[in-house]
Design a protein around this ligand. Structure first.
Ligand SMILES: [Zn+2]
Length: 263
């Protein structure tokens, strides 16, 4: 599933293709996760931004297009197929295609900043690579929750954009057991730094592709071969040599080192 580095890599390719383009045709599937797509018609895209895993495109006329890739969503300018859920015709003759096999992606056109139809966007925590992600506040949030640390990260409340892959990676780097309920200030600071590091490195490699994730130009990200924890169960921990273990935690597969990640 695309997380922050994948969505940011998409954003970087989408922005030059969409900025300044007017939407001259809209076709969209009738889907529960699509909200008012036809409001796009006739409006000009002023840019492509991102918050967590959401793409935010301000439009003229005080509107905003919000896209979420869900589990399998891909945006491209190629041909439509059976998994195409929406197509946007642009005034330069190109057509942006939203392809989504599993249909967990969303497309909404709202009044700018009015995220009522998108509660998970409205409740999003701070952006991890910005100054808003404050280590002191992060430590206080971790101290205040009763939830195990990894499921808590996945709520997107303490920090935006971290999903299953980068939570496993960051917790391994910070030597914190994913089920820990006691992350004190020192370890919170280590986790804060680890989250920033794994996300920044993954962005530099244009994200992690296992199966579905592709950038707008159809290419895969290069981060998959650099993962040290996620998907590596049974392999020796690169730090201590103990075989990494996979468990279910909060309903999600979770890989960690039982020796050097401490509760
Ligand atoms: Zn280890």
């Amino acid at each position: 599933m695309p997380e922050l580095p994948e969505v940011e890599s998409v954003r970087r390719q989408l922005e030059p293709a969409l900025r300044g383009r007017r939407v001259v045709a809209v076709w969209a599937d009738a889907q529960r996760r699509f909200h008012a797509p036809h409001r796009l018609l006739g409006h000009t895209v002023q840019g492509v931004g991102r918050r967590g895993k959401f793409l935010l495109c301000p439009l003229d006329g005080g509107l905003e297009l919000v896209l979420h890739l869900g589990m399998t969503g891909v945006l491209h300018f190629g041909a439509a197929d059976a998994y195409t859920r929406a197509r946007l015709g642009l005034d330069d003759g190109r057509e942006l295609v939203f392809r989504d096999v599993r249909r967990f992606g969303s497309l909404a056109v709202v009044d700018a900043g009015a995220y009522g139809p998108l509660p998970s966007l409205a409740r999003l925590g701070p952006e991890p690579l910005s100054d808003d992600f404050d280590p002191g506040r992060f430590a206080r949030d971790l101290a205040a929750t009763r939830a195990p640390v990894k499921p808590y990260l996945l709520t997107q409340r303490p920090v935006a954009g971290v999903g299953n892959i980068y939570a496993d990676e960051a917790l391994w780097l910070a030597r914190i057991h994913p089920a820990s309920r006691r992350v004190g200030p020192r370890r919170a600071r280590a986790l804060h730094a680890a989250i920033r590091r794994v996300l920044a490195e993954a962005i530099a490699r244009e994200g992690t592709t296992f199966r579905d994730y592709r950038m707008v130009n159809g290419e895969s990200g290069r981060n998959a071969t650099f993962l040290v924890a996620y998907g590596q169960a049974g392999r020796p921990c690169p730090r201590c040599g103990t075989p990494l273990r996979k468990v279910a935690l909060g309903g999600r597969g979770t890989t960690f080192c039982p020796t050097c990640q401490r509760r």
